[in-house]
Design a protein around this ligand. Structure first.
Ligand code: XMP
Length: 510
């Protein structure tokens, strides 16, 4: 490893991913590992700093998670957050007790600015608290460096040992200056230099992949989404012709999308196979209206087509996947409560013969994956592609899916996206698309009566896609989109805008 490493020890808190993201945003590489990671392993990681995360337990409960005491003897700076702070205090001889009143939410907090964590920051600012215990007696060598009305010990420090603790959560946006506090810890306490960059990562990862794969054969299912595209780009640089990408075009993509994917990957010096399977999918979907049934059919058919194509190649050494770090943290360390359930198209194919799985993005966050894509020369429209569901437009057509309806939806959706791009709002609205409803209504065009479909537009603002607010798209822009769609796309005579947030609605209509 040719960059500094910060270890985040996971005690089961809900914000652990966020801590890791913030550290990386500070230009420092970090990984999240379980709190009971063996000392030998930790020593090998050679961390320049360690962060203890929050967690749902109380440190005085029997069996509550704790790390080895040896960690305090490594001479490595430690920052404890919430539970992590209390744990450090208790393990070093302090006393943690239940508070009379649980302190939760935005809290005015006062700081001792001579503490390096708070150097250069406001004397008083808002922090995000979430705890029901507090440190009553400090361990030897520690002093208090922040306090609030309800919490006399909101932060502690032992500068000689380079141990710091905060009762609040610096990683969440509600904590004003939270990121600066983490930055101070990383740069002023741990001596970080900010050596984590995508250019650097791309170079070393390509070399590592070359070593690992050698002359082996790699197979990848390319969907054209950001993750699989960046995986393909990375592997193409590492092993070129030894990579085969199978792109199953199910005919449910947006306008021109299949051709765009082919244009990017068709001449990258890899084996690129595009399977035009539109007819197969449409035949299977014919007359099907129930959303879950549609999803199932598409998922199963996808795997089947992929397997058929793969069987023509025979056994490969590696099956590549575009798994990214949030998936790994969620299912990997096993300490945090699982909140998100993934809904992907299929699963792993049963009938593809491979020896190992390779996941070159498994340590990257989404924004890092995008930065890497740009580094590897992928075009902006691919790198900044909004999420697109595996079942494609089939779940944006309410009712049965036909070739004609797909064409109508594609044209309308393309106009919507074009106008959002013209207005420069592409990155302000996190996901936006058109939905073809199965409702028809009466309209008038020229001198004639029409009886045609209603198209719904959907735009949402979200950071995690688990909750979302509907985007406040300016009326004038909506008017322009509506005008263009009813004039340019046949069979649509009415356009509506979806003003429901998630929950209670979901982002997709099916
Ligand atoms: P919902 O509709 O559940 O969507 O609010 C949340 C996010 O997930 C995307 N989505 C999918 N992505 N396979 C995917 O890979 C799917 O089957 C799928 N269904 C929904 C959706 O576009 C939104 O970004």
């Amino acid at each position: 490893m040719d960059h500094q490493f910060v270890l985040i020890l996971d005690f089961g808190g809900q914000y652990n991913q966020l801590i890791a993201r913030r550290v990386r945003e500070c230009g420092v590489y970090c990984e999240v590992h379980p709190y009971d990671t063996p000392m030998e392993k930790i020593k090998k990681m050679n961390p320049v700093g360690i962060i203890f995360t929050g967690g749902p337990n109380s440190v005085y409960d029997e069996g509550s998670p704790a790390c080895s005491e040896e960690i305090f003897k490594l001479g490595v700076p430690i920052l404890g957050i919430c539970y992590g702070n209390q744990l450090m205090a208790k393990m070093l001889g302090g006393n943690v007790v239940a508070a009379e009143k649980r302190e939760y939410g935005r809290t005015e907090t006062e700081f001792d600015n001579s503490c390096v964590l708070f150097e250069g920051l406001d004397k008083v600012s808002i922090t995000w608290m979430s705890h029901s215990d507090y440190i009553k007696d400090l361990p030897e060598g520690f002093t208090v460096s922040a306090w609030s009305k309800g919490c006399p010990v909101a932060a502690i420090q032992n500068p000689d040992k380079k141990f710091y603790g905060v009762q609040f959560h610096p990683e969440v946006n509600h904590t004003q200056n939270g990121k600066k506090m983490l930055h101070n810890f990383l740069y002023k306490v741990c001596g970080c230099t900010g050596d984590w960059s995508m250019g650097n990562y791309a170079k070393t990862t390509i070399e590592d992949l070359r070593k690992r794969i050698g002359n082996g054969k790699v197979l990848l299912a390319l969907s054209g989404g950001v993750d699989s595209s960046v995986t393909a780009a990375l592997l193409s640089k590492a092993v070129g012709k030894n990579l085969t990408c199978i792109f199953v075009d199910h005919g449910l993509m947006r306008k021109n999308e299949g051709d765009e994917i082919e244009a990017v990957f068709g001449n990258r010096g890899i084996n690129f196979i595009r399977v035009n399977a539109e007819k197969r999918f449409l035949d299977k979907l014919s007359g099907v209206t129930e959303p879950e049934r549609k999803r199932k059919i598409i998922g199963e058919e996808f795997i089947r087509v992929f397997e058929e194509e793969a069987s023509k190649i025979g056994e490969v050494d590696f099956l590549a996947q575009g798994t990214i770090y949030p998936d790994v943290i969620e299912s990997g360390t096993g300490k945090a409560a699982v909140i998100k359930s993934h809904h992907n198209v299929g699963g792993l194919p049963d009938n593809v013969r491979f020896k190992e799985i390779i996941e070159p993005l498994r340590l990257l966050f989404k924004d890092e994956v995008r930065a890497l894509g740009t580094e590897l020369g992928l075009p902006d429209n691919l790198v900044w592609r909004q999420p697109f569901p595996g079942p494609g437009l089939a779940i944006r057509i309410i009712g049965d899916v036909t070739k004609e309806k797909l064409e109508i939806l594609r044209d309308a959706d393309a106009i919507f996206r074009e106008e959002i791009a013209n207005a420069g709002l592409m990155r302000d609205i996190n996901q936006y698309f058109a939905v073809l409803t199965d409702m028809r209504s009466v309209g008038v065009m020229g001198d004639g009566r029409t009886y045609d479909y209603t198209l719904a537009l959907r735009g949402v603002v979200t950071t995690d896609f688990m909750t979302a607010d509907w985007a406040r798209i300016p009326y004038d822009l909506l008017a322009k989109v509506s005008d263009r769609i009813v004039n340019e796309v046949r069979h649509i005579n009415r356009v509506v805008y979806d003003i429901t947030s998630k929950p209670p609605a979901t982002i997709e209509w099916e």
